[in-house]
Design a protein around this ligand. Sequence first.
Ligand SMILES: [Zn+2]
Ligand SMILES: [Zn+2]
Length: 426
Amino acid sequence: MKAPQAPRGTQDILPHEQPYWDLVRSIAAGVAADYGFQRIDTPMFEETGVFERGVGEGTDIVEKEMYTFEDKGGASITLRAEGTAPVVRAYLEHGMFKLPQPVKLYYVCPIFRYERPQAGRFRQHHQFGVEALGEIDPALDAEVIELLWTLYARLDLKELSLQINSIGDEKCRPRYLDELRSYYRAHLHEVCDDDRVRFEKNPLRLLDCKVPSCQGIADRAPHSAEFLCDECREHFAGLRHGLELRGLDYHVNFRLVRGLDYYTKTVFEIWPAHGGSQSTIGGGGRYDGLAEQLGGRRTPGIGFGTGIERIILNYKQAHPEGLAPPAPDVFVIALGSAERDAAAQIATELRRAGVATASTYGDRGMGAQFKAAGNSGARFALILGPDELASGQASLKDLRSAATDGKQLAVPLSHVVAEVKAQLAS
Ligand SMILES: [Zn+2]
Ligand SMILES: [Zn+2]
């Protein structure tokens, strides 16, 4: 019988990877707090309609990528396929429109999509995202983009580029889509098969095609920004002004459309130096019609999602030295079996006082214990031998400092916790 493995497209996050996750999550929570966003957690699964109505029936997510199943009561359930629709569902359900607007929320959660596994793409991946609901001012769009940029800056990610576009709203987009269709109609014999499907179902996505032979045609397509109504045009100008005020360089990319139906006006992505749109670290946009699509009152909103796996990939490239896993402060070594009980009691005392303490188990020789102490990365070894115990002392040895190599400090057992803490602080 073959031992089971993690399902295709999923991964275990092992202890040596956890320092990266801790770092990203803590910096993300800090940035969110600095911009006045509060945490929300929604369930891992929703009624399927939340995504069908929210994300849109013609999208890749809804058509091909959702983990949808019938539960034992016959309800259609879908594992969280994206972050925004569940947050808007919660906003409506809990009457958050009665609170002062905008309501600013952030989340860190797994997202499930049945995608073809490849580098940096998983069937379960994790996202940090924010949603700001109840405000139309483009200054908020600029602030949300600034928040994402600040996150990457605090992680010292380098050579990123901000791409923005406006794809209009329900007033002006139909006219643009007509224009886009009539342009593509003349080129349908030249484009890829997927594009012929997009032409029928989701023409905006034509601009998003990655097939090399389609690039020239997409590059010459009409720009949505030239078909904006007055309201959308002013909003887009306000966004650009807001970004300039904040010192954020941007590139207006008329081919940027994003894969979800709910976007209106602002869309944006942040790309790493290499790989462009295929390696987007984070992106989002405005979704002023989403709440209504979900059956609620009309509520403007703007947000983004950024994949934590992608951030870590970029972080590792920018910081090849890596992050060390957490190490104990102290490794307690009992020279003989007679000292083992005393060593266990001291370890307990140290841990109760908040000092991370490790030791070996079983009957190991002194050499093996010192080796284990070295491997653990502990800063100090606390050594208990018969002579020390007889004189009511232990020896504290600095394992990291080469200068004090071999030097040991005698520590009275009656003050061992205070002494160790003082040495750790020094
Ligand atoms: Zn194509
Ligand atoms: Zn418009």
